[in-house]
Design a binder for this molecule. Structure first.
Ligand SMILES: C[S@@+](CC[C@H](N)C(=O)[O-])C[C@H]1O[C@@H](n2cnc3c(N)ncnc32)[C@H](O)[C@@H]1O
Length: 345
């Protein structure tokens, strides 16, 4: 259960008109859709718990051999493996199953890029029982997220590269200009947003802050993007980092401020104001939902955010208040997801 935020959403008007149909005539498909959507994740969960992918890492095998290696029933295993073929995690040739590029990269526990724990955490029935408790008692339950596994997935998501370049452009930053720019990518994950910039401007220097396991993924991506000499790493909680005054020209906070309480964000923005060079720029990438918005993505993840951390998707006006109080000027909403603010000259 995470609260990734990089998704555009419709305006309140569009949403309201769509849901009005449900008021007029009962829709059984809406009910079917909901429990059916829950089936596929649980099948993948069972496949991971049985560890069905590992026996295939050295080449194709039939269901009998996989069942034996997983200590499972052969008939059930052939149904399970066929389902995994239909989902795209396996391929079947005659009676033998083989890994796809996706399963061999992400679903083999022996691989550094294994993300099975992330999937198991997202599909864990206990998490939903914890959430039920939170709904009853109002106390967030702070699950332990294997963030480095999410970072592996993000690091192979090519659409994020293009989105990142679009973000820099809309923020008024010319990525192709070859000039010295110091960027702090705080809570960087795999770092793809700032690395997209660094891959265009060879003089950009990125400082990545996150935990060590996540930074290992960022380092791997920096190698794949051939920008290793442009990146340094600080394995630390960003609330504890003692930033040197005016050490960055740009600071990026991507998909993170929604996890912090208002107090933590206010404190962070004050510290980042000092950390930025005069005329430096702070860019925030996060869903900024207007109050009372009805939108599937926003409402679902608002509930999840509240349950796991007690926070929410803050509205742009709140960010503007916090940033202005910290001294920032030119606080601008660039899109549903992007905000830019400047430190005065
Ligand atoms: C949703 S991911 C976003 C990663 C990346 N910025 C992106 O947009 O893809 C949140 C990241 O924040 C990191 N994180 C959460 N709290 C943090 C903290 N207090 N200090 C440093 N990193 C933190 C997590 O480890 C995780 O990598």
């Amino acid at each position: 259960m995470s609260a990734q935020t990089s998704e555009n959403f419709k305006t309140p008007d569009e949403e309201t008109s769509a849901s009005r149909k449900e008021l007029q005539y009962p829709n059984p498909l809406l009910v079917h859709k909901f429990y059916r959507e829950g089936l596929k994740p649980q099948i993948l969960r069972m496949a991971l718990l049985l560890n069905v992918f590992s026996p295939l890492r050295d080449g194709p095998q039939n269901a009998k051999k996989v069942a034996k290696a997983c200590n499972a029933n052969e008939t059930g295993m052939s149904f399970l493996l066929d389902s995994l073929c239909a989902f795209g995690f396996l391929d079947k040739n005659k009676q033998e199953y083989q890994l796809t590029a996706t399963s061999s990269m992400f679903l083999i526990p022996e691989q550094a890029s294994y993300v099975g724990n992330w999937v198991l955490e997202q599909t864990n029935p206990t998490i939903f029982l914890n959430m039920l408790d939170t709904l009853r008692n109002g106390e967030p339950f702070f699950p332990n997220m294997p963030w480095h596994e999410l970072a592996w997935l993000e690091s192979y998501d090519t659409s994020r590269f293009d989105e990142s370049l679009e973000m820099w452009e809309i923020a008024g930053i010319d990525v192709n200009k070859q000039n010295e720019v110091r960027i702090g990518d705080l809570a960087c994950g795999c770092g793809i947003t700032s690395f997209a910039y660094a891959s265009c401007n060879k003089y950009a220097q990125i400082t990545c802050v996150d935990n060590q396991k996540v930074l290992d993924v960022a380092q791997n991506l920096a190698e794949r993007m051939d920008i290793t000499s442009q990146v340094t790493y600080i394995p630390q909680n960003l609330h504890d980092v003692e930033f040197v005054d005016r050490c960055y020209d740009i600071v990026l906070l991507s998909n993170i401020t929604n996890f912090f309480s208002p107090e933590k964000n206010i404190d962070l923005f004050q510290r980042l104001y000092s950390a930025l060079e005069h005329n430096g720029q702070l860019i925030i990438n996060v869903t900024m939902a207007p109050p009372n918005m009805i939108n599937e993505h926003v409402n679902l993840y608002s509930l999840i955010l509240w349950a796991i951390t007690g926070t929410s998707f803050y509205h742009f006006d709140l960010y503007k208040d916090w940033l202005s109080a910290a001294g920032f000027v030119e606080v601008k909403l660039l899109s549903n997801l992007w905000l830019s603010a400047k430190k005065a000259m």
